[in-house]
Design a protein around this ligand. Structure first.
Ligand SMILES: Nc1ncnc2c1ncn2[C@@H]1O[C@H](COP(=O)(O)OP(=O)(O)OP(=O)(O)O)[C@@H](O)[C@H]1O
Ligand SMILES: [Mg+2]
Length: 1078
């Protein structure tokens, strides 16, 4: 691809008018035309960009183009608006200079488009990032919103800006956008209620009706049909190439991006709908008694719907359309409105509603896009103000718009022409003066505080008495008549008296851009911009947040009787502020030119272009540039910028800056005619010289950059290397240490192993030696013992060979017996006679001794035991012993008696008073007293009897009475019979012939049979007569009952009552005692 290095490359015509040869109006226009025909719509005059409206889309705004122009020198590429935007952005970024881009030109010349290209270029080249992109997007998207509400189709431009816009884009020190501030200037609000033929109302009305959904329209009580709304002109309701529905979607989307809330959008649309409804309200006259007409609303439906939309009480608004309250010095006077006044009031309300909404919208956008930081910002202002307008019928709006354009022209002249010339003079540069038209005189005609047209208009508006547009014109005629740029039929200047092109109700001003005829009708009203207080109060009462906000003066609590400042005054003030603002910034100009009146591509109307070239003062501009120097700069920054191009000035120049620049330029061999030295600045005649310097600088910078880069890289590599080296030493040291540590550990481990092996081996060797030594010692001892033994035995053999064996034997036996006794002593059993334990004999030959010792020990301990007994206890035991001898293993009842002590007296004979008599009868001590059963021989049944035994006799007595039934002296008792069984039957056999034997033997039964018989036996044995009573134990014995002998037989049986013994008489001779088996 071919790379351009200058705008001179492949140039069509001349890219910079400064280079035009020969320079004339014709060649100027011819050059423009030639370039226009080749789609080269941009041409420079030095740093000013002339932009021709191509009326067709060109492919010169692509992202590639942006890249092409990015960071390139202004004159390096073919002229383009991007070059200007880039220059402005770079100066802002690098030289910290606030910039403003002034876009001027007449309506339809392409100002708004140009401003958008500038903004989009800056957005494309500045920084990126989430936050920055959001700011950019918001700034860019503010355009469609403002255009929808502030632009309209006019005969000159399908998208004509009907308001002035100045936008400050704010950047941080890096050049990233932070936010912006938009100022708007005087919206042409008369358009809301009336549009000239062939023009439209503001776009938003058409966009809403075309693009809103049916639902939304229903909500807003609107109809899609434009023809239903009086405020919408119908002859150009649709515009070729404009898609209102799509635009509506774009606008809504833009609003969302800018940050409008859904409810805010809804409120805005409600207001738009309300304006449309307002236009449909019509009035009819109604005669009153005083002869005046009073207006009445014709069809209240629209009024009702509008009131519903805005939440206004219908009656309040209706009244405000019929009456007007005038307040003066605390007095209120209410007058009726006639139909014309009602229409006036309606339109005033509509205009105010819309223009206030627009101002609110701008403020709301400002709120969204304002920069969030308070740090110092760099600013780039973009001014897109309505262009110069010359209509057939020009009114107050055109007057204001043209005034504004006059002021801008003034700035242009101020800064480019006058400033330039003045600067040459100031700097002492040789210079031939160039004549140019200074429009300050026109500005003065309009804005002069004393007798300027605006001041006159304000004076007229504030004057008491009847004020009309005509009285205003009269005033102008008297005050401005002498002014050379003011023309009026009635002015004293006679040359206009017969000028029929100048109607009586008009005045004409010779603007810098041409003569404009203004009709005075409406000037006073529009300047007053009055809205009846009743209407603003009705609006304030609305139940609608936005409406309330727009009419703060309607607040009854804040009634202000002072007149608000007039529209003219406000506009003059805001233009003044704008001018001051612009003067603080570095200006960049875009002069827009309209090629034809038909909005058509490829048509170049020479006369139209010529007219614009003239009034824009472009020729003068070129001339001044050509006569002067293309570039100038103070010596210090110039030297600072180019000092690297010369050895003497680089890196520091020690003398005055001017001398430095001189040295620099002579060193570079720049021809002397190419520059001039001013007092504080160097002036370079030709842009090429500048390019030369810039190019040299660029190359030098590249070299310097390479040098810096080289040194930096060297330094970086060196520090990196040193760091690596240092690190390597550290790493190596650590590694060596680690390796040595590891090696040492390994050696240490090995040493320990070797050491332990050696120690083990040594220890084992020592152990072996010691063991061997010990064994040797033991062997020596043994051998010596044996040897000694042998010696001793050999020596003493002769002494005890004869009895040594016996002695040793005895000694051994003695030792064994001694050991046995000592052992026995330790294992002696307890002293209890019933303890049968006895240790086993350890030695077989002592078995007999062992058993004998056991027996002796037992006898000894029995004796010991017995020796503890008392006499009484001894007697008891003797009795028990006797019982044992008598019954043990002979009578089955015996074992049960062993454990029972023999008490003797069981009936307590001495104590019981019942037996006192019985006791006294018995002489001796009662040895035994018990109740026994005396068995009746007849039936075998027992009768209880007291059985007493004394030393001499035994007595049987009645148990109840104690009466003695029988007394048997013990010697009379021969024997006693008892069975072997477990029963208590015993028979006392009396000696034959004894006196007591007369009644026969006694068969008795007692549970204590053993005791009774034992005592009986012992007592008999112990008596003086030594009466041995024989005890006969057998299961069958004979008992002599008086005469009869009855056999008592004991059987083991199973009587019914198995637990008791039963005795039954079987026959005369047999009593059978059945004893239960054990
Ligand atoms: N560079 C361009 N490329 C293509 N078309 C352009 C260009 N500049 C302007 N136009 C066309 O010209 C029309 C009018 O331009 P623009 O709205 O910018 O004029 P203006 O100077 O702002 O007018 P006004 O003063 O009425 O606002 C645009 O709608 C567009 O169609
Ligand atoms: Mg515009």
């Amino acid at each position: 691809m071919e790379v351009k290095t200058s705008l001179l490359d492949n140039m069509i015509g001349v890219g910079d008018m400064v280079l035009l040869e020969p320079l004339s109006e014709e060649s100027f226009i011819e050059n423009l035309k030639k370039r226009f025909d080749h789609n080269e719509i941009y041409t420079y005059i030095g740093s000013v960009v002339i932009s021709m409206n191509p009326y067709k889309s060109l492919s010169i705004y692509s992202a590639e183009k942006v890249e092409e122009y990015r960071n390139r020198n202004f004159y390096e590429l073919s002229p383009h608006i991007y070059a200007l935007a880039d220059e402005a952005y770079r100066s802002l970024r690098h030289q910290d200079k606030d910039q403003c881009i002034l876009i001027t030109g007449e309506s339809g010349a392409g100002k708004t488009e140009a401003s958008k290209f500038v903004m989009s270029y800056v957005a494309a080249v500045c920084g990126k990032g989430q936050e920055v992109n959001k700011v950019k997007e918001q700034l860019l998207q503010s355009n469609p919103v403002l255009e929808a509400f502030g632009n309209a189709k006019t005969v000159r431009n399908d998208n004509s800006s009907r308001f002035g816009k100045y936008m400050d884009i704010e950047f941080d020190f890096k050049g990233d956008p932070l936010g912006g501030v938009i100022s708007n200037y005087l919206l042409e609000k008369s358009r809301v209620v009336k549009q000239p033929r062939g023009e439209r109302n503001f776009h938003i009305f058409y966009q809403l009706l075309s693009g809103a959904s049916d639902d939304m329209l229903k909500k807003l009580k609107l109809d899609r049909d434009f023809s239903k709304y009086n405020y919408l002109s119908l002859d150009s309701a649709t515009v070729n190439g404009l898609d209102d529905a799509a635009s509506f979607r774009t606008v809504r989307n833009a609003m969302q991006i800018v940050g409008f809330m859904e409810d805010e959008v809804q409120s805005i649309l409600e207001l738009i709908a309300a304006v449309l409804k307002l236009g449909n309200i019509e009035f009819k006259p109604e005669s009153r008694v005083n002869g005046f007409d009073e207006s009445r609303v014709k069809d209240k439906n629209d009024l009702k719907e509008m009131c519903e939309l805005l939440g206004i009480e219908q009656s309040v608004l209706e009244r405000a359309f019929s009456f007007r309250t005038v307040e003066a010095k605390m007095e209120k006077v209410s007058t009726t409105l006639n139909v014309a006044q009602a229409y006036y009031a309606r339109d005033a309300l509509a205009k105010n509603l819309y223009s206030r909404l627009f101002t609110w919208l701008v403020n709301r956008i400002n709120e969204s896009i304002k920069a969030q930081t308070k740090t110092r910002k760099k600013v780039m202002g973009v001014l897109d103000i309505y262009g110069f307008e010359i209509f057939e019928d020009n009114s107050f709006e055109q007057f204001i718009i043209n005034y504004c354009n006059e002021k801008l022209q003034q700035i242009f002249i101020e800064l480019t022409l006058r400033e330039e010339q003045e600067e040459y003079i100031r700097e002492g540069i040789e210079w031939t003066n160039i004549e140019y038209f200074n429009n300050a005189i026109i500005c003065d005609l309009i804005e002069n505080n004393k007798n300027g047209i605006l001041a006159m208009l304000d004076e007229e508006c504030l004057r008491p008495g009847t004020v009309t547009d005509e009285t205003f014109l009269d005033k102008l005629n008297t005050v401005c008549a002498e002014h050379q740029h003011f023309e009026s039929r009635l002015s004293k200047n006679s040359k206009f008296l017969t000028d029929h092109s100048l109607p009586h109700n008009c005045f004409r001003i010779q603007h810098y851009a041409g003569k404009v005829l203004y009709r005075v009708e409406g000037f006073v009203d529009k300047n007053n911009d009055l809205l009846y207080r009743d209407l603003s109060q009705a609006m304030y009462k609305a139940n609608h947040n936005l409406i309330k906000l727009l009419f703060p003066e309607g607040n009854p609590a804040k009634v202000n009787l002072k007149r608000p400042p007039t529209a003219g005054f406000q506009f003059r003030a805001s233009v003044g502020t704008l001018m001051k603002n612009l003067l603080t910034k570095n200006p960049n100009y875009i002069r827009c030119i309209k090629p034809n009146d038909k909005k058509a591509a490829h048509i170049f109307t020479d006369s139209l272009v010529c007219h614009q070239v003239r009034y824009l003062g472009l020729m003068e501009n070129v001339r001044v540039r050509r006569a002067g120097y293309a570039f100038r700069q103070a010596y210090e920054p110039c030297l600072e910028r180019y000092k690297m191009l010369c050895k003497q000035t680089w890196p520091h120049w020690k003398g005055p800056a001017r001398e430095g620049v001189e040295v620099l330029l002579s060193d570079l061999q720049v021809p002397a005619e190419e520059f001039a030295y001013g007092r504080s600045k160097i002036f370079i005649r030709n842009p090429r010289t500048l390019f030369f310097l810039e190019e040299k600088r660029r190359q030098c910078l590249e070299d310097l950059a390479a040098l810096i880069q080289k040194i930096y890289r060297g330094w970086k590599c060196r520090t990196h290397f040193l760091l690596l080296k240092k690190s390597q030493v550290v790493v190596a040291a650590w590694y060596r240490r680690f390796a040595q540590q590891k090696k040492y550990q390994k050696i240490r481990c090995s040493a320990l192993v070797v050491q332990s092996f050696i120690r083990g081996w040594k220890a084992r060797k020592l152990l072996r030696e010691l063991k061997h030594k010990k064994r040797c010692e033991e062997a020596v001892t043994t051998i010596s013992a044996y040897w000694h033994g042998t010696q001793v035995r050999r020596e003493y053999r002769k002494f005890f060979r004869a009895n040594a064996g016996k002695k040793i034997y005895d000694f051994t036996i003695q030792r064994i017996i001694q050991k046995y006794y000592l052992g026995l002593k330790k294992t002696m059993p307890s002293m209890s006679p019933i303890d049968k334990s006895w240790s086993t004999c350890p030695y077989g030959f002592l078995d007999g001794t062992h058993q004998e010792l056991r027996r002796i020990f037992h006898l000894w301990r029995c004796k010991k035991y017995r020796s503890q007994f008392t006499e009484e206890k001894k007697a008891t035991y003797e009795e028990k012993l006797a019982a044992s001898e008598l019954f043990k293993d002979k009578k089955a009842l015996y074992p049960s008696s062993v454990s029972q002590p023999f008490k003797g007296d069981y009936v307590e004979i001495t104590k019981n008073p019942k037996y006192q008599k019985l006791n006294s009868l018995v002489e001796d001590k009662v040895l035994l007293a018990d109740v026994v059963s005396k068995i009746n021989r007849a039936n075998g049944k027992g009768t209880p009897r007291i059985f007493l035994l004394t030393k001499k006799c035994l007595v049987l007595a009645d148990q109840k009475t104690g009466q003695v039934k029988a007394s048997v002296p013990l010697p009379d008792l021969s024997s006693v019979f008892v069975s072997t069984q477990n029963d208590g039957f015993f028979a006392l056999k009396l000696r034959e012939g004894a006196t007591s034997a007369a009644k026969g033997d006694y068969l008795l039964s007692s549970d204590r049979l053993i005791e009774i018989i034992t005592k009986l036996y012992c007592t008999g044995a112990a008596s003086a007569e030594r009466n041995q009573i024989k005890i006969d134990i057998s299961d069958e014995f004979l008992v002599q009952f008086k005469q009869d002998k009855v056999c008592v037989k004991f059987i083991q049986g199973t009587p019914k009552n198995s637990n008791s013994v039963s005795c039954k008489r079987k026959n005369n001779r047999l009593l059978e005692v059945s004893v239960p088996s054990p």
